[in-house]
Design a binder for this molecule. Sequence first.
Ligand code: FAD
Length: 542
Amino acid sequence: MHNRQSLLAALTETEFDLLIIGGGATGAGIALDAASRGLKTALVEKQDYAAGTSSRSTKLIHGGLRYLKQLEFALVAEVGQERAIVHQLAPHLVEPEKMMLPFVKGGSFNKLTTSIALKVYDWLAGVKGDDRRVMLSRAKALKMEPSLNEDLLLGAGLYAEYRTDDARLTVELIKAAVAHGAVCLNYCRVNGLTYQDHTVNGAKMEDLLGPSSFEVRAKKVVNAAGPWVDEMRKMDGSLSGKRLHLTKGVHIVVARDRLPLNHAQYFDMPDGRMIFAIPRHRTTYIGTTDTDYSGPKENPRTTAQDVSYLLEGANRLFPRAGLKPEHIESSWAGLRPLIHEDGKSASELSRKDEIFISPSGLISIAGGKLTGYRKMAKKVTTLVAKALGKKDARSLTCVTRNIGLGGGGFVNAAAVKTYVKEIQAKVEAKGLPAWRAAYLVHNYGLQTDEILAKMESGADPERALILAETDFAFQREFATGPADVLIRRTGRLYFDHASAQKYLPEVTDYFTRMLQLSPGKASALAHEAEVALREASEFPSA
Ligand code: FAD
């Protein structure tokens, strides 16, 4: 934020090799890949980084067990292998999480099919050692997870998944891209494309915090606009053939005390779909739905119907929790930018990515998963490098497998655990609860020490912590206001809703001071965050 003027100047003055439209995981991944190959790269995002789908997913880097049901073996193998790489790149941010798959009376899996499915899954995904699937008897499963419904449970499988924070992953990708020379700017919207001889050669921008309008010139333009991909194709006059099919997915968050799970669960719904319940620090989140969507793309809402669908499923498997709408602390709704296939329902659509190249040369990438961001980036960047006529090895070789994210520094998950213990002693000494150590390390990795060092001493350590995080988000992570901090830098709006609400005035004061905002501007920023906080816990009827 503080160097916005110099970023705007760089965007106007440079002719880039590549301009990327969209700062979600897909665009951010491409920016890192291209910049690390030495391509002159720019990325613009009309909202905050990750404010589209990339902060609204199930937050798993996963092998895609559900694709087995759709017999997409190659996809399972590809994403399974890829998740191991992404884990190595950021072991603190992509953490191993044992997932339990309980099979129940009348459910879609039984002991044999669960055992076979998980074995095939492990084999395709190249899962090794202790991470391989284990089958559990009914008694063992109940011992490990006492909240499960004794009347329904027949047994369970235990297999390996990875939990992440999608928005933090995206922000770390942007930070890494910038460190490799990319020029990236949030709150900067593409309003039109520019052409020379019918070939796209840049875009018309609007600085949404300025406001000012300007043009960016680039030899190649990539459209990584997620749910907005077709809007850009339309702008290009090339929206024909395959189109996006948007489906909405909702997650709800309850206190972990209400649904005290020891392991993440992947379980049957009465309609044959499967959903997750995933413990995360002081909360458990449940999702997702999958329904066709045609409303406003910036702000899909969690409806009363979404809530009752998810609660019904959760209460069936965890009856003792007795979950009610009033127990929901927060929620989020995201849009899957899937590719339409005639005659297929929301849940049946493929999650595979596809690249479209228009007659003007606009390269659009759609479909896909968070998990596959690196592979997609490799494909797109190689295509761009070849189209630019590059012949040198550097431009044609993807090196992102070796670029650690979030400061890197951990050799494996065990090293992360050791660091969490170290940080635990430090946070307790500062008067914070022990769980803050895992929260900080999983969000920030080795950058945690930098945040703790920013904490001022005082009577309220939680206040000192959130202000230290806010300063870090502003100085190092391009946050422009309280909503950016509370939603996409810290995840507090979802997983620590009460603290987001309590400290919103202090976080707003920070930005008012740092950006010398007028009272009107400051209250507009606070209002934006207040609305987001309220909407996360209010569920209108559809
Ligand atoms: P986005 O994150 O939406 O980014 C596109 C960006 O483009 C947006 O931020 C938008 O503001 C910007 N943009 C649009 N128009 C313009 C413009 N004119 N100018 C500038 N910028 C513009 N995947 C997994 O791997 N694991 C999961 O657990 C998982 N769970 C999911 C659960 C749900 C409910 C959903 C909806 C998806 C899930 N996915 C999951 C899929 C994954 O989240 C998406 O594939 C991924 O986040 C898409 O990223 P993206 O960058 O393509 O799109």
